[in-house]
Design a protein around this ligand. Structure first.
Ligand code: SF4
Length: 444
């Protein structure tokens, strides 16, 4: 092992949990490894692992990444279509999928072929599974999820990812089949859970390093410990939450996403007792037809019933919704507004449908000509803002959501501007991603 090699794990915007995990694996194996956020003052490195979350990062950070010295290996969700990632960002290697096991094999390979050059080289591919026989694309091996403690940066306490310092993984995989989601494509539909003792130990270490607010993640949260396909284990879930909240205190523990059909009284009671008392349901649409297009596997009555049950336990309820999904007509959108009005949630998260690599949504959008794609059709309702139909729906829903909530908020000029900016940013981002993935013309 070349302990004199310097390895950097680079994340452009925030310390991703995956990058900390890979750092922990490499550090545990004896490598000298550092985590680095952003492109300023990057330490001199022989090997750089770059973790990118979004397809758009392939364009946004292309120039600074190409200028980095050292052997560059790309990982993270952008590797789901590795050929595209490599085409847009010609790094030395793309590591697709789960990296904990494969990252050590890659290092061994680099070492075995090192000839005293200043930069390591990959010359053969013993033991590495290649994608499409491309020596630059290595497929990650599924991990047992038993692994060393992550490499935690000293400033982790100043991170804020949707309010949490860190999202800690409790399990991987989701039996759901939602057409817009990368979780089942990336991790499969079978749930693999980490040992509770490992998670608790990790939470304790994060807190010793200054973490205060923790969110737990893993597809749909209540599936931790799931014994069988589509089944929850309320005891495993409840006892995990209890032990984590003993360390964090309940107000500092969040469980972000839950399916409306993966709850029961014990699960809701555990969320009430051990977390900040918020539950986040993926509702997505108020149209049964669109829910079917999304392959969401839930219906509106299940949503109604979940919301009613969560209220019984005194929980605050947030719902996430997606607008302009392929097949959503104006009347479906109106049904969604009506449904939001009926539910009167405590908060709403509204997004325009974004085609992510590897998803059914991406394939669906690929089949739609751009002049029939709501993101590329000029809207009529808010003409003076130059929005597409998709952006107009997102804006209208966001505006209405301040009326349809348990505690309505007045619409001020500043709030309106913030919402308008948000839909424009979403629209621009998704148009760029769509153009990259499927070659649509840009909406003018
Ligand atoms: S239930 Fe959630 S995690 Fe599972 S596939 Fe659907 S959106 Fe993804």
């Amino acid at each position: 092992m070349r302990k004199d090699w310097k390895i950097t794990i680079l994340t452009p915007e925030f310390y991703t949990y995956g990058s900390m995990v890979i750092g922990g694996v490499l550090g545990d194996a004896g490598y000298s490894v550092a985590l680095h956020k952003g492109f300023q003052n990057i330490p001199k490195s022989d090997v750089i692992f770059i973790s990118l979350q979004s397809t758009i990062h392939l364009l946004k950070y292309r120039d600074p990444i190409l200028k980095l010295p050292g052997y560059k290996i790309l990982g993270g969700p952008v590797t789901h279509v590795p050929e595209l990632a490599l085409e847009l960002l010609p790094v030395d290697m793309v590591l697709q999928g789960e990296g904990e096991v494969t990252v050590l094999k890659i290092m061994e390979e680099l070492e075995s072929t090192f000839q005293g050059n200043s930069t390591p080289k990959m010359k053969s591919e013993n033991d590495l599974e290649l994608v499409e026989k491309n020596p630059k694309i290595v497929k990650g091996t599924s991990s047992s999820l038993i692994r060393p403690i992550p490499l935690i940066p000293d400033d982790i306490g100043s991170e804020s990812i949707r309010g949490a310092n860190v999202y800690i993984e409790t399990h991987r995989g989701c039996p759901g089949n939602c057409g817009f989601c990368q979780v089942p494509c990336f991790f499969g539909r079978k749930v693999r859970s980490r040992p509770a003792a490992d998670i608790i130990n990790e939470v304790r270490t994060f807190m010793e390093k200054g973490t205060q607010r923790i969110a737990i993640s893993g597809g749909t949260g209540s599936l931790y410990g799931s014994p069988k396909f589509n089944q929850v284990d309320e005891q495993a879930f409840g006892s995990l939450l209890k032990e984590i909240s003993n360390l964090t205190s309940p107000p500092n523990l969040t469980i972000p996403d839950i399916r409306v059909d993966m709850i029961n009284d014990d699960i809701l009671d555990s969320i009430r007792k051990y977390t900040n008392k918020w539950v986040y349901f993926g509702i997505e649409s108020g149209s049964e037809k669109v829910l079917k297009h999304m392959k969401k596997g839930i219906n509106l009555d299940e949503v109604r019933s979940a919301v009613e049950s969560a209220r019984k336990y005194g929980l605050k309820i947030a719902g996430s919704f997606i607008v302009a999904y392929p097949g959503e007509e104006e009347e479906d959108f109106q049904d969604t507004l009506d449904f939001a009005d009926e539910l009167m949630l405590d908060d709403y998260f509204i997004s325009i449908a974004e085609p992510l690599p590897g998803t059914d949504l991406k394939d669906k959008i690929k089949q739609i000509p751009s002049d029939e794609n709501a993101l590329f059709i000029p809207g009529e309702k808010y003409k003076k803002y130059g929005l597409s139909v998709a952006e107009e729906r997102a804006l209208e829903f966001m505006l209405e959501s301040y009326v349809y909530r348990s505690l309505p908020q007045p619409m001020t000029a500043n709030l309106f501007k913030a919402l308008l900016d948000e839909v424009k940013a979403q629209g621009k981002h998704i148009r760029t991603v769509t153009s990259l993935l499927i070659g649509c013309n840009s909406y003018k």
